[in-house]
Ligand binder design. Structure first.
Ligand SMILES: *[C@@H]1O[C@H](CO)[C@@H](O)[C@H](O)[C@H]1NC(C)=O
Ligand SMILES: *[C@@H]1O[C@H](CO)[C@@H](O)[C@H](O)[C@H]1NC(C)=O
Ligand SMILES: *[C@@H]1O[C@H](CO)[C@@H](O)[C@H](O)[C@H]1NC(C)=O
Ligand SMILES: *[C@@H]1O[C@H](CO)[C@@H](O)[C@H](O)[C@H]1NC(C)=O
Length: 483
């Protein structure tokens, strides 16, 4: 097997040398195919645009005045398109019915051993760049209408394409760009912020040590979003996989294995289809700070929309952003920071404590949201993040309950664990509103394993700013770090 790989690698080097010697607009070496898909048949290759053949554009009904999306797939074991391809094409046409959605077919090169296919991204990128330059030079197709979307290895191919075109393309979206062989690679050989006017990246499967991670861990765009921390996505655990197999049969096992990796695509599709439910991401220095709820600010471009309607914020340094999501589409959740001071008469510190919080608002309620505090101690303030898929509107009331441990513990039985709480401070990420809740009796006792303590909106409230991300704020190019 490795011999085939070695041979392919040698051929590849020869081809590179040949390419270097080629002159302007030589279309001979192009092996990638450019399929202009249609809204009616998003899953069929009905017409190919052929670089150098002007009539192919008219033949395929290419719309010169519309925007163009170029979708680039990744490594494939089966040598076939994966099922997300027509789904993404369909979603792009639903959102932008007049656009041109082109799928780059590099399946032949994408089914080699991973390192060989990874090296081929250079040639695929070169093919795509030649195609784009041809469109630009031949018809003055404006590159500010061009949006490349690349998944896994395809993200790096898109980056290379963007680096090689004579003029800059408008936008590249990297959907969980591949990690292996790229994590420590040069900027020229991988996706990087230089590759387009704006580069946004979703990282959804960045697990394990950097050299083992399926998705690249380091930020490689202007904005890099790490949904659910970027490591692993909800609904992608084995139990969930088995349930789905039981429901839908073995047909989609391939998809389940790549569940977290592919989630990047479905999050983007979600942003195209569910315009009225935009997921919001928040800038944060670390995942840990985000988990503490410390990064829910929208001031100075610190929050942004995930996916299609992202605000183009270009900072000097890469921007890492975080959010939580649901396990299914629509993925949007509502984020809250909760801050509580735990008063205690005796010195007490407990670790990994389970709590339930219930939120009641003007529109709806969300009861018994579970969360675990890594530590609670007497006379200390703790901040943490909670989230719910329910849009509860403006908050009116909060209930807090300290749960029993799931196992029986003698110490719990002997010593009554209680804290006194006067106020709960909450901040909503989505509305940017801050609300303080008070105990109705001045102080509420929270006892482990006992009833919930109730808090209502205090009569005095902090002054709330207008919601962030205003016109003025979005003009600023470099914003400071939060948290
Ligand atoms: C091409 O797209 C434009 C919008 O960009 C639209 O107004 C026009 O009808 C389209 N032309 C055709 C032939 O579909
Ligand atoms: C290509 O990438 C290199 C390395 O990031 C960069 O120095 C160069 O400016 C890029 N060229 C273009 C045209 O984007
Ligand atoms: C915590 O603070 C309260 C007053 O704020 C005090 O009465 C109590 O003794 C303190 N608890 C401990 C363990 O120091
Ligand atoms: C609690 O612990 C702190 C430091 O560990 C100590 O200064 C304080 O006196 C203790 N309070 C009580 C009530 O034991």
């Amino acid at each position: 097997m490795w011999r085939k790989a070695l041979l392919a690698a040698v051929c590849l080097c020869l081809r590179w040398a040949a390419l270097g010697a080629e002159g302007k607009n030589n279309f001979e070496g192009i092996e990638s195919k450019f399929s202009l898909r249609t809204p009616a048949e998003p899953d069929e290759d009905v017409c190919y645009l052929v670089p150098g053949q002007v009539n192919s554009l008219a033949r395929c009904n290419f719309n010169h005045t519309s925007k163009t999306f170029v979708v680039i797939h990744g490594w494939t074991v089966t040598g076939m398109y994966e099922s997300w391809v027509p789904k993404l094409v369909d979603a792009l046409y639903k959102r932008e019915p007049d656009s041109n959605v082109i799928v780059v077919d590099w399946l032949v090169r994408a089914q080699e051993h991973y390192p060989v296919s990874a090296a081929y991204t250079r040639l695929v990128g070169k093919d795509v760049a030649t195609f784009i330059d041809w469109m630009e030079e031949e018809f003055n197709y404006p590159l500010n209408k061009l949006h490349l979307l690349g998944y896994s290895l395809g993200a790096h191919a898109a980056g290379i394409a963007g680096n090689l075109t004579k003029k800059k393309v408008n936008r590249i979206t990297g959907l969980d760009p591949a990690g292996p062989t790229f994590e420590y690679a040069d900027e020229v050989t991988r996706l990087s912020p230089d590759d387009a006017e704006f580069v946004d990246v979703l990282h959804t499967y960045t697990r394990g040590s950097p050299d083992r991670s399926i998705g690249i861990q380091k930020p490689v765009g202007h904005i890099d979003i790490y949904p659910n921390g970027g490591g692993f996505q909800p609904g992608c655990n084995l139990g969930e996989a088995l349930r789905l197999i039981a429901e839908k049969g073995l047909g989609d096992v391939d998809q389940l294995v790549k569940c977290s990796h592919e989630r990047s695509i479905h999050l983007f599709i979600d942003s195209l289809l569910n315009e009225e439910k935009p997921s919001m991401a928040y800038r944060c220095n670390t995942k840990e700070a985000f988990e503490k709820g410390l990064c829910l600010s929208c001031r100075k471009n610190r929050c942004n929309n995930l996916g299609y309607k992202v605000n183009r914020v270009r900072t000097k340094r890469n921007t890492k952003m975080y959010l939580k999501t649901r396990a299914q589409m629509p993925y949007k959740v509502f984020h809250y920071q909760v801050k509580i001071h735990f008063f205690g008469k005796t010195n007490m510190t407990k670790t990994n404590q389970p709590f339930l919080i219930s939120l009641y608002g003007t529109l709806d309620e969300s009861e018994n949201i579970g969360f675990t505090l890594p530590e609670v101690s007497s006379n200390k303030t703790f901040s943490f993040l909670i989230y719910t898929e329910v849009d509860i509107g403006d908050l009116l009331m909060v209930k807090l309950q300290w749960e029993k441990d799931t196992f029986f513990s003698w110490s719990d039985w002997w010593t009554p664990f209680t804290f006194d709480i006067q106020r709960i401070r909450m901040k909503s990420g989505e509305t940017q509103k801050k609300v303080v809740f008070c105990s109705r009796d001045g102080t509420s006792r929270l006892s482990k394993g006992e009833e919930a303590a109730i808090f209502v909106k205090c009569s005095e409230q902090p002054a709330n700013r207008k919601r962030g991300g205003t016109k003025k704020a979005s003009k600023e190019n470099s914003a400071h770090e939060s948290a």
